[in-house]
Design a protein around this ligand. Structure first.
Ligand SMILES: Nc1ncnc2c1ncn2[C@@H]1O[C@H](COP(=O)(O)OP(=O)(O)OP(=O)(O)O)[C@@H](O)[C@H]1O
Ligand SMILES: [Mg+2]
Length: 369
């Protein structure tokens, strides 16, 4: 087990700066998840930690020792990629034993490591099979098992479940949580799946534009996003954004006026906020209250998607350039083109300045996070 510290890490390919000023403290035994849009540098960062990619500048410390120049094999790290290649002609046992054999381990040691990993992953009854005789999820577990047998100080998983179907992903997600509980090894995990990030992580790192946008617990990122990017990225469907200007600000919060003349009260700490300043109100779909003909921001129904247990209403509004999404009771009906009033409780709203920086919320949820 080990801590991983990143100090001012940057990565450049020729003139192209892919990552800059990455600072991150990963504690011994922590489960850290990297998220961010495609191309933001998640895999690059993982590969630098693994030693598969040079670090352009900055320091990488594993267990307190600088490892920038330590070769990959000596860093005590095991990495599982999205496309995990198993040797097709070898049994599962041999696939899992391969790394240890190469490292010159003795037979009894290999045997014990393979059997222990297979037991943890519930594939101990399959050890004599070849990869083609396995399901996708079983194969995935062999790839993880191969990483476990090496007893690494740190596990790196780069989108390990993206090839699996939805049901198997849920199952494997639970397996990852259990694996971490059992091994207590430091884990760094990349995913595009919101639920995986929220449920597995002790700490989520949001990357975008080559930089870390925010680091925090899942609850911190959900209830107290530092900026509009994080607010829009964490949560699915995504947060609604309504553009307006400050009408008045006091200790209880801010009254925001929209071009349409409608207003919305927002419970944030906004000392010194000037009347007329451009702001964006953020409201999650579960907190957007819609009603035909009621007060609030004027919107127009575009579509309703029923998911059985709930439904999502999509609406258009002049103050929300990206459109609006509200979670509504499953049996509520709206006609396409129907006029709506849209509003939210002040304590459910977020507020961002013209640069996208969030004001601190007064909501008890945000304070607890
Ligand atoms: N060898 C390379 N040479 C030049 N540019 C590269 C190289 N490898 C990656 N990049 C660039 O670095 C950026 C980050 O790539 P990376 O693979 O880390 O993204 P990612 O966040 O993992 O994306 P995804 O979610 O799609 O896997 C991309 O813009 C990519 O084009
Ligand atoms: Mg990637």
């Amino acid at each position: 087990m080990a801590s991983v510290l990143l100090r001012n890490i940057a990565k450049r390919y020729d003139d192209n700066e892919v990552l800059r000023n990455v600072n991150l403290d990963i504690a011994d035994g922590e489960f850290v998840v990297f998220v961010g849009p495609s191309g933001c540098g998640k895999s690059t960062l993982m590969r630098m930690i693994a030693g598969l990619e040079d670090i352009s500048s900055g320091d990488l410390l594993i267990d307190g020792a600088r490892v920038n120049d330590v070769p990959s094999a000596k860093r005590g790290i095991a990495m599982v990629f999205q496309s995990y290649a198993l040797y097709p002609h070898m049994t599962l046992y041999d696939n899992m034993a391969f790394g240890l054999k190469l490292a010159g381990a003795k037979k009894p040691e290999i045997d014990q490591a393979v059997k222990q990993a297979a037991k943890i992953l519930h594939i101990d009854h399959l050890l004599e099979r070849k990869p083609k005789q396995l399901s996708g999820g079983q194969r995935q577990r062999v790839a993880i098992g191969r990483a476990i047998t090496r007893k690494p100080k740190v596990f790196l998983f780069d989108e390990p479940l993206s090839n699996l179907d939805a049901a198997l992903r849920v199952k494997m997600r639970l397996e990852f949580a259990r694996l971490h509980d059992e091994l207590k090894t430091t884990m760094i995990y990349v995913t595009h799946d919101q639920v995986e990030a929220m449920t597995l992580a002790d700490k989520i790192v949001v990357l975008s534009g080559g930089a870390v946008q925010q680091v925090g617990t899942p609850n911190e990122l959900y209830h107290a996003p530092a900026n509009q990017f994080v607010a829009g990225f964490i949560g699915s469907p995504k947060m609604n954004f309504l553009k307006g200007t400050v009408e008045s600000a006091d200790a209880a919060g801010v009254l925001v006026r929209f071009d349409s003349g409608d207003t919305q009260r927002v419970a944030v700490e906004a000392a010194g906020l000037q009347r007329g300043a451009a702001v964006t109100v953020g409201v999650r779909p579960e907190h957007l209250k819609v009603g035909a003909g009621t007060a609030g921001v004027v919107a127009k129904t575009m579509a309703v998607e029923s998911l059985g247990d709930s439904a999502y209403l999509y609406a258009e509004s002049a103050v929300a350039p990206d459109g609006l999404i509200a979670r509504i009771p499953p049996l509520d009906t709206y006609r396409t083109g129907e006029a709506l009033g849209v509003q939210a409780n002040a304590e459910h709203c977020h507020l961002f300045d013209e640069h996208g920086q969030a004001f601190r919320r007064l909501s008890p949820h945000a304070k607890a996070a």
